[in-house]
Design a protein around this ligand. Structure first.
Ligand SMILES: Nc1nc2c(ncn2[C@@H]2O[C@H](COP(=O)(O)OP(=O)(O)OP(=O)(O)O)[C@@H](O)[C@H]2O)c(=O)[nH]1
Ligand SMILES: [Mg+2]
Length: 447
């Protein structure tokens, strides 16, 4: 359903500012222009003129812009009044527009209209909100890539390939009576494999983009007294956790939200892992294991002055979650600080006491979140996108399995259709009103 009413909102943040912008979108924007400016503006040209109230007295003088449909952000007629950014001035302008018959916009409603009018797809609309919410330069660049349509382009390429393949498979089903085995000719298997590889590649990038947006959950795990709580305090710069020389100090999982160069991180300190008779400590250890299994990344911390520790414990950690070994207390052992690449992956040597080696850990955590300088082509993504990509992947995998057993080509065709459907949810070709409501209601007013 295309909206037919006209909406208005103050697009600049609340409070005092040099400039405040009132934005009006919809078929009534022209009427507001006539009533509040007393004239018709030349499209897309800035004009300086008085903004009038009901008695034609001047509320403010400012710049007005008019973008007639369809060449506007929303695809509708848009009027923008750039006034002096005082809360009362803005309120008077908004109230005047409302009195003229427009309605107050809901959060994200301008973007929603841009989506409904086909100006941007859903992934791009979400990227606008993510751009505004960005907490790091890297996130800004990633959101900009999604907004420019880079993420959507990858999705469209995949969808096109799936559609081609579906046509081929469906034709093969129609000609099943003939002697030629269209599906067995290898080309289908190759094409499916290529789609799977591409899909997995996009999923990896999207995963990075999602970490960049929502932050990474990092659990600090290790034996008692290794220095887990000390590391939490070092990373957060606050004395959040109690640190003592008694093994088994931390019982509950402690959560801290921090940023490293603007990249959001959710750090969790846990109880030391060991066999314990103490029932409170046992509960703490159970919680620690729960947190470990939910993490995006594990920092396994070891006391560098206690050798050969932890080995039994490492086996009990999930192997599908990234893990970095941290050697703490190098002030006692004299090991040089920094990161080293070993057969077990990257290991970082540091001292929570002196702070040596912490910079290497910062660098490493940034790299884990996809921060890799300017050239890296990470695009911002959301959990919703990851879910859709995972579903698409399992359907493509399912269709490969179907092809291998070659019992019912109809099931193969159905898996391809479902994979296409899951991908199309990302760009919004298939979405429920419910989902749209959820997405756009988290936007700011006036966007
Ligand atoms: N010399 C030295 N001591 C450290 C360092 N980091 C931590 N410690 C000491 O090691 C002891 C244990 O530190 P915690 O941070 O409480 O260790 P934990 O891993 O949280 O211990 P639990 O909560 O009991 O599992 C404390 O006495 C700390 O002061 C370090 O880099 N060098
Ligand atoms: Mg502790």
């Amino acid at each position: 359903m295309m909206p037919s009413d006209t909406i208005a909102a103050i697009a600049t943040p609340p409070g005092k500012g040099g400039i405040g912008i009132l934005r009006v979108s919809g078929p009534g924007a022209g009427h507001i222009m006539q009533a509040m400016l007393g004239k018709k503006l030349k499209p897309r040209f800035a004009a300086r003129l008085p903004f009038l109230d009901a008695n034609d007295s001047i509320i403010d003088n400012g710049i007005a812009l008019y973008f007639p449909a369809p060449k506007s952000f929303t695809g509708e007629d848009i009027l923008e009044l750039h006034a002096h950014g005082g809360p009362l001035v803005m309120d008077m302008l908004l109230r005047r527009a409302l009195a003229l018959g427009v309605r107050l916009a809901r959060p994200g409603e301008f973007s929603e209209r841009a989506f409904l009018n086909g100006k941007i797809d859903l992934a791009q609309a979400e990227a606008i909100a993510d751009l505004i919410e960005s907490t790091s330069e890297q996130a800004v660049r990633s959101a900009q890539r999604s907004l420019q349509g880079e993420f959507s382009r990858y999705i469209h390429e995949l969808v096109d390939k799936l559609v081609e393949l579906r046509l081929y498979v469906e034709a093969a089903i129609d000609f099943a009576e003939e002697d030629i085995d269209f599906l067995g000719e290898g080309a289908v298997a190759e094409r499916l494999q290529a789609i799977l590889v591409k899909l997995q590649c996009i999923k990896r990038s999207a995963n990075q983009g999602c970490l960049m947006r929502d932050g990474m959950t990092v659990v600090i795990a290790g034996e008692p007294n290794a220095g887990k709580s000390s590391l939490l305090n070092c990373l957060s710069g606050r004395e959040t956790a109690i640190v003592t020389d008694r093994a088994g100090t931390t019982r509950d999982a402690l959560h801290e939200r921090i940023q490293i160069d603007g990249l959001p991180l959710h750090i969790i300190d846990t109880a030391g892992l060991r066999e314990s008779e103490d029932s409170v400590e046992q509960q703490g250890i159970r919680r620690a294991r729960e947190e470990i299994h939910k993490a995006d990344h594990i920092l396994l911390i070891m006391d560098d002055s206690v050798h050969a520790a932890n080995r039994a414990l490492i086996g009990a950690l999930p192997d599908n979650i990234g893990l970095t070994r941290i050697h703490n207390k190098i002030d006692l052992t004299g090991a040089p600080p920094g990161s080293r690449t070993t057969a077990d992956g990257i290991e970082i040597y540091l001292s929570c006491k002196t702070g040596a080696g912490l910079a290497a850990l910062h660098q490493h955590l940034k790299a884990c979140m996809g921060y890799a300088g300017e050239s890296e082509d990470v695009f911002i993504a959301r959990r919703r996108h990851l879910d859709a990509l995972a579903r698409a992947e399992s359907f493509v995998q399912g269709s490969i399995d179907q092809l291998n057993i070659r019992v019912a080509p109809e099931l193969l065709a159905e898996d391809l259709r479902q994979a296409q459907h899951a991908l199309a949810e990302i760009t919004g070709e298939f979405t429920s009103e419910d989902l749209l409501g959820r997405i756009f209601s988290s936007f700011c007013i006036g966007k």
